[in-house]
Design a protein around this ligand. Structure first.
Ligand SMILES: *[C@@H]1O[C@H](CO)[C@@H](O)[C@H](O)[C@H]1NC(C)=O
Length: 209
């Protein structure tokens, strides 16, 4: 039958060809996208694992989540990750200064709390300046500078948190008054972001780590 001949000799090979093209296109696309994603995500995960191994106070999940939150991290190199984490810390420092201003309005009557908040506000202002210098250090490949300034920003966050535990600034009237830091989350975030940046400076320049 002529109909049958046409079907088997033309249509079937064409259908097979079309199927092959569709399948190979789809496989090519999956392979391309997964290798791209793996390459990008891999440096973030690898860097965070290495950083957490080098410093037990560094939170691995926080590190991965923070870096992956910036879409640029999937195509960044190690230096780029340093810039990204420093930017994130700068945004955190600015947000924390704003939060302190709000808190100052709430704690209008307690001198002990106000003093600490004022101190923390200054510390976050210093931290922001340090982070800008650290960022410049990454850009100019002066990783020792980046390291020093990230260390400065880290100290400010730690000092802010510690100031709520101390009673040395407290006038005798307030002795015995228990303070709890209203900035624990902010200080923790800043501390972690700086530690990630510090680890990256050490990987970029292992001789001073
Ligand atoms: C501060 O850092 C944390 C942790 O990476 C992030 O989730 C948060 O969005 C940052 N805050 C700002 C204002 O960028």
């Amino acid at each position: 039958m002529p109909c049958r001949i046409i079907w088997s000799s033309f249509v079937t090979p064409i259908l097979v060809l079309v199927l092959i093209i569709i399948i190979s296109c789809r496989e090519y696309r999956t392979a391309a996208s997964s290798s791209l994603g793996a390459a990008g995500g891999e440096l973030v995960r690898h860097t965070c694992r290495r950083a957490a191994r080098s410093n037990p106070s560094l939170n691995l999940d926080f590190c991965v989540a923070s870096l992956e939150a910036d879409p640029r991290s999937s195509s960044a190199d190690l230096r780029g990750l340093g810039v990204i984490v420093t930017h994130l810390a700068e945004a955190n420092a600015t947000a924390t200064q704003k939060r302190i201003v709000d808190l100052l309005a709430e704690y209008s009557s307690d001198t002990g709390e106000r003093n600490r908040l004022e101190d923390c506000k200054d510390m976050y202002s210093d931290a922001f300046d340090d982070l800008k210098d650290a960022e410049a250090g990454f850009y100019s490949k002066r990783y020792r500078n980046a390291n020093l300034f990230l260390g400065g920003a880290l100290d400010n966050a730690v000092d802010c948190e510690d100031s709520w535990q101390e009673s040395c600034f407290t006038p005798s009237f307030y002795q015995g008054h228990k303070y709890s830091s209203p900035l624990t989350t902010e200080n923790y975030n800043m501390e972690q972001l700086c530690r990630i940046g510090l680890a990256i400076t050490a990987f970029l320049s292992p001789h001073f780590s």
